[in-house]
Design a protein around this ligand. Structure first.
Ligand SMILES: CC(C)(COP(=O)(O)OP(=O)(O)OC[C@H]1O[C@@H](n2cnc3c(N)ncnc32)[C@H](O)[C@@H]1OP(=O)(O)O)[C@@H](O)C(=O)NCCC(=O)NCCS
Length: 180
């Protein structure tokens, strides 16, 4: 099967993503009903991993602008001298990989794509210090592997945890590695 990664398109098939667990139905419904109109309206941008021949979407990631409350972060994670109550951030709003394709590195690549967008496309032109995600309990360790840290704030009683990457520190690390 041949796949391509690109922004979501009007002709994409968004009805057949399989995620197994019923608790993940919201991710399927978002793709089916909301991803295209929100993308077109610039309210949430979605990028898909789709079958080349059929345009069936088998994985997707959605990005929005966001913010993270300074009070969510440990004192060591905060930025000295910043006097506002929220840090500007980019939010990884949705991420899903079809059950049949999980464990093959696609989720990893989709998160790397979002990190790349933040570092290369957003940060050079806009204040944007953190990448933030509201992680479901079953995906917390997946995001920890990617460098996200739990803020300790549970977004609601479903166990969802807000997690962040400090993009400025990440950029400095990348720059140190590339100049070494
Ligand atoms: C979480 C999810 C996106 C991961 O995608 P994936 O393509 O299966 O992940 P990858 O194959 O890229 O895995 C990358 C690494 O994370 C690990 N990993 C994958 N899913 C994991 C999980 N749920 N918990 C902990 N580790 C996980 C893999 O073992 C792999 O480790 P390695 O680099 O040492 O080999 C995918 O399982 C999914 O769509 N789950 C259902 C929806 C969901 O939970 N979305 C997140 C909403 S917050």
């Amino acid at each position: 099967m041949n796949f391509e990664f690109r922004e979501i398109g009007a002709a994409d098939g968004c009805n057949s993503l399989s995620l197994g667990d019923a608790s993940l139905t919201a991710l399927k419904i978002f793709l089916r009903k909301e991803a295209k109109p929100l993308h077109a309206a610039n309210l949430a941008r979605t990028f898909v991993y789709a079958e080349k021949d059929t345009a069936r979407v088998r994985a997707y990631v959605t990005i929005v602008c966001g913010q993270v409350s300074v009070s969510y972060l440990e004192p060591t994670e905060r930025v000295d001298g910043f006097r506002y109550k929220d840090f500007p951030a980019l939010k990884l709003a949705r991420l899903a990989v079809d059950t049949s394709l999980q464990g093959q590195g696609i989720g990893n690549q989709l998160v790397d794509f979002v990190i790349g967008v933040a570092l290369e496309r957003v940060m050079p032109y806009s204040g944007c210090r953190f990448l933030v995600v509201d992680a479901k309990p079953t995906s917390i360790s997946f995001y920890e592997r990617k460098g996200f840290k739990k803020t300790g704030v549970v977004a609601d009683d479903s166990g969802i945890v807000t997690m962040v990457i400090d993009l400025h520190r990440l950029l400095n690390t990348v720059n140190k590695v590339s100049t070494a």
